[in-house]
Design a protein around this ligand. Structure first.
Ligand SMILES: NC(=O)c1ccc[n+]([C@@H]2O[C@H](COP(=O)([O-])OP(=O)(O)OC[C@H]3O[C@@H](n4cnc5c(N)ncnc54)[C@H](O)[C@@H]3O)[C@@H](O)[C@H]2O)c1
Length: 527
């Protein structure tokens, strides 16, 4: 799969779309598509012939179909026809596939560039200047709706191409979040298309040398080549280190196989480990990076929603043991986290849904505005939504880097959730379990008079809207209580509950009577 988002160049005739597009494609080593030329080839006649024989409507229909086709592809530089993106539908279709750039030019410039052109059916017959001015006036509003405009008047094709590429780069990094740690700080970069710029971002953090890119076959097939290409371009020496896909492989055996691969490729402390994948890859590669040669630099490249908003941030890395999840671990702060929301386009719907539970959790713990946004806007994992959930987690881990206090709030819904996960034999997904757990926690808070009933209503409605469960079946409340208590005892911890006081505010308490919990569990059970 070619992953880089498309660059779509729009503009009036004579603004240089085709020449600039070709130059941009040449510089970026991409495929160039000139829509008008492609339509001519497919229909088997020139555009003036098409207008004359089949009419403008036929041509516009060809444009519409081609927009839909190209929007499904990636890594292209596309020059559209001058009128192709005038219909709102076409603009939206191509807009979802990448960056839209509109080229403009003054009328004299357009006239000069079109001086020799005879194949412009829309300019036929009339005085050219007058015709151009009329057409421009008709299209001005549609062109002005394109967010990025480049005035090409007096510029060469090379200069315009340079500006398009600069725009692509600057537009990609939309968010930069700094995280303070006990030993320094690191940056989280968020932006669409950033996986193609990992090398450059790693360089900016002073990383170089061998780059061990740890991934699994699922994620590797989709994104490893993009990351490897960018690492090479930035002068790093990438080598792909594969581990099998799945929580079952989050083990010391897998870590050991990574050590073998690191040694074989000559990774040393001047190099880095890059974790490309979901939370499992982040945890296992992170643990390997924390321990190999007493620690080598780590870069997190999370590709699931859960890993983006939770697992990749905060420096906890771990593997599972036969006696329990995450029993063997370390604190290992990354040098850099790169979050590219476009990676979510290939994620399973069920995985995305699971991630939503963590995003909603972030809203309940620390961001009423995020919660409200989700209530109003629904389930688009957009960059601002991810960024806000990340900020909630960052604020908490900065305050409590070694998990000795405040960080416990991140376990909202987890006390109930873990017990349900365990009892289901892990057939219930983590996100689903956390979802039911958050409702149980909120209901407990209401029962104890800590929060208003409305909070529970809003939370349950939002979870349901995201397709997440709010009730459980199959188990006896007493069974769940036992599972919660045993789970905590095993970890040598007290049974503690994170309870909402309001949207955006939670408290941690171990003062919840067993009878209250049993009653709430009874009421949340479906029969
Ligand atoms: N370290 C922490 O602070 C922390 C916090 C929360 C969770 N975790 C850990 O995270 C793990 C769960 O992470 P997860 O939910 O990301 O699961 P996961 O890593 O198993 O990923 C889920 C599935 O999606 C695939 N996948 C990942 N990205 C994809 C993409 N962009 N397109 C297509 N497929 C993709 C994976 O290969 C996998 O099959 C657990 O082990 C949990 O303990 C750690």
């Amino acid at each position: 799969m070619d992953y880089d988002r498309n660059i779509v160049i729009i503009g009036f005739m004579g603004t240089g779309k085709s020449k600039v597009g070709l130059e941009v494609a040449r510089r970026l080593g991409r495929e160039f598509v000139d829509m008008d030329t492609l339509i001519e080839e497919r229909v088997g006649m020139t555009i003036p012939e098409m207008f004359a024989r089949r009419g403008e409507g036929f041509f516009r229909q060809q444009e519409r179909q081609l927009c839909q086709e190209l929007a499904k592809r990636r890594g292209l530089v596309i020059a559209t026809g001058g009128g192709a993106l005038i219909p709102e539908e076409n603009r939206q279709t191509l807009g979802t596939s990448g960056l839209l750039v509109c080229l403009t030019c003054d009328v004299s410039g357009i006239l000069r560039r079109l001086a020799q052109a005879e194949d412009r059916p829309l300019l036929d017959g009339a005085d050219r200047r007058e015709r151009i001015e009329t057409l421009l006036a008709q299209r001005r509003e549609a062109y002005s709706r394109i967010a990025h405009q480049i005035d090409t008047t007096g510029l060469t094709v090379e200069e315009v191409a340079e500006r398009v590429i600069e725009l692509l780069k600057s537009e990609a990094v939309v968010e930069k979040i700094a995280v303070r740690t006990p030993t320094g700080s690191y940056e989280i970069r968020l932006g669409e298309g950033l996986l193609a710029r990992v090398g450059e971002l790693a360089r900016q953090q002073g990383l170089g040398g061998r780059a061990a890119l740890v991934t699994n076959p699922t994620v590797g097939d989709l994104y490893a080549s993009t990351v490897v290409k960018s690492l090479r371009k930035a002068g790093l020496e990438p080598i792909i280190c594969q581990v099998p896909d799945g929580e079952a492989y989050k083990t010391l055996d897998t870590v050991s196989s990574l050590y073998d691969q690191f040694i074989a490729c000559g990774l040393d402390r001047y190099g880095a480990v890059l974790a490309l994948g979901g939370g499992v890859i982040g945890d296992v590669a992170g643990f390997a990076a924390a321990t190999y040669m007493r620690g080598v630099p780590l870069v997190q490249l999370p590709t699931t929603l859960l890993a983006m908003v939770d697992a990749s941030i905060g420096g906890k890395v771990a593997v599972d043991h036969a006696q329990g999840k995450n029993l063997i671990g370390a604190f290992k702060q990354p040098e850099l986290v790169v979050i590219d929301p476009l990676a979510l386009t290939t994620l399973d719907e069920a995985e995305t849904q699971s991630g939503w539970a963590e995003v909603i959790k972030a809203g309940v713990i620390g961001s009423p505005s995020l919660f409200k946004h989700l209530e109003e806007r629904g389930d688009e994992p957009s960059l601002p939504v991810i960024a806000e959930a990340v900020r909630v987690k960052v604020a908490i881990v900065e305050e409590d880097p070694y998990e000795s206090g405040r960080r416990a709030v991140l376990n909202l819904g987890h006390t109930f959730g873990h017990a349900l996960e365990l009892l289901s034999g892990f057939t219930l997904r983590h996100g689903e379990a956390v979802s039911i757990g958050m409702v149980a926690a909120t209901r407990t808070a209401v029962a104890l008079g800590l929060c208003d009933e409305m909070v529970e209503g809003r939370l349950a409605a939002l979870l349901r809207r995201f397709g997440l469960p709010t009730r459980y079946e199959d188990h006896e409340p007493r069974e769940i209580w036992e599972a919660m208590a045993t789970d905590k005892k095993k970890q040598g911890k007290k049974l503690r509950f994170v309870l909402p006081r309001a949207i955006g505010q939670v408290v941690v308490t171990d003062q919840v009577p067993k009878a209250v919990i049993l009653e709430i569990l009874e009421r949340l059970r479906t029969r």
